[in-house]
Design a protein around this ligand. Structure first.
Ligand code: BGC
Length: 290
């Protein structure tokens, strides 16, 4: 599906009437958060939601400086401190430099949302090694590098009871494609499937240090990564066949879940994957017959 977005259809259809608009709660006051890939889409919405919940936020981006500026402005409008750091999360020295920079500015980090991710779609027979490698490097290795630096900082600092009963929280941005196979996207599904076990193994390894590690697996969320799936009436109708709840998700809805998962409201949740997908993982093809 590479049809051009239909602007009239988009204007008429989104934002849908059934997307909840909720007043932010100050659940993260005094905490310091780093969100990777926060210049657009889900990462941008998560960074803004954390800021609206009272956290100071560090906004990482790879290439979209203007998007990062927008995120920073929205975060500051919520009355918290915000900073921007450019880094390619697949490069070890750049990730280490980013953590050093953010810790120097904020004093520490309490919440890391390892979100940066990309797609380089191709049929298996056409997929180049470079397409495979780039997706694995950013989506999987990038999360490993960020989780490792986060755990090092959380262990160095320990629990700050005044802000949270945990020493730190890591949220890995996964996808419904950590469990739904997706032809034409073998690099992407492999990276997300890898995140599922990496996240659970890290959670098991660092639980004793009171560090919580969880994943959010979004389904179809209306962002630039998947415009071909919602940008025209035909594509959107096709997409709705995969979603029992009969609407696409909005990035802010992932923000709501991230705030809760980073807060002490979810303190007993560790090593879990939360699917935020309108039921996409419910095998909707089986709603009749079988
Ligand atoms: C992908 C989107 C896709 C969605 C549901 C996400 O992980 O990045 O392109 O629309 O999964 O299939």
């Amino acid at each position: 599906m590479d049809s051009k977005p239909d602007e009239n259809f988009i204007k008429k259809t989104f934002p849908g009437p059934r997307v909840p608009s909720l007043a932010p709660l100050p659940l993260l006051r005094g905490q310091k958060a780093l969100v990777t890939g926060a210049s657009s889409g889900i990462g941008q919405a998560v960074a803004i939601a954390l800021a609206q919940a009272g956290a100071d936020v560090a906004i990482n981006y790879g290439r979209d400086e203007q998007g990062a500026d927008e995120t920073e402005n929205a975060a500051r409008a919520a009355g918290v401190k915000a900073m921007i750091h450019q880094a390619d999360v697949s490069k070890e020295p750049e990730v280490q430099g980013m953590f050093r920079d953010v810790i120097r500015a904020f004093g520490t980090i309490d919440i890391v949302v390892a979100n940066a991710g990309l797609q380089r779609d191709a049929a298996l027979v056409d997929m180049t090694l470079a397409q495979w490698q780039r997706v694995i490097d950013v989506n999987l290795t990038g999360q490993l590098l960020c989780a490792r630096e986060a755990v090092r900082e959380f262990c160095r600092r320990g629990v700050r009871r005044e802000v949270s009963v945990a020493a730190g929280k890591i949220i890995c941005m996964s996808s419904v494609h950590d469990m739904i196979p997706w032809s034409g996207h073998v690099n992407y599904t492999a990276s997300k499937g890898g995140i599922a076990m990496m996240m659970r193994s890290i959670a098991q390894e660092v639980a004793l240090q009171r560090i919580r590690v969880n994943a959010i697996s979004p389904g179809a969320i209306r962002t630039p990564i998947n415009t071909p799936a919602w940008g025209t009436r035909e594509a959107y109708d096709d997409l709705l066949r995969l979603i029992p709840y009969q609407r696409i998700g909005e990035a802010g809805e992932i923000g709501h879940v991230a705030v809760w998962l980073a807060s002490d409201y979810s303190d007993y949740i560790n090593g879990a994957t939360i699917y935020v997908d309108g039921g996409m993982t419910l095998f909707p093809g089986f709603s009749h017959g079988g």
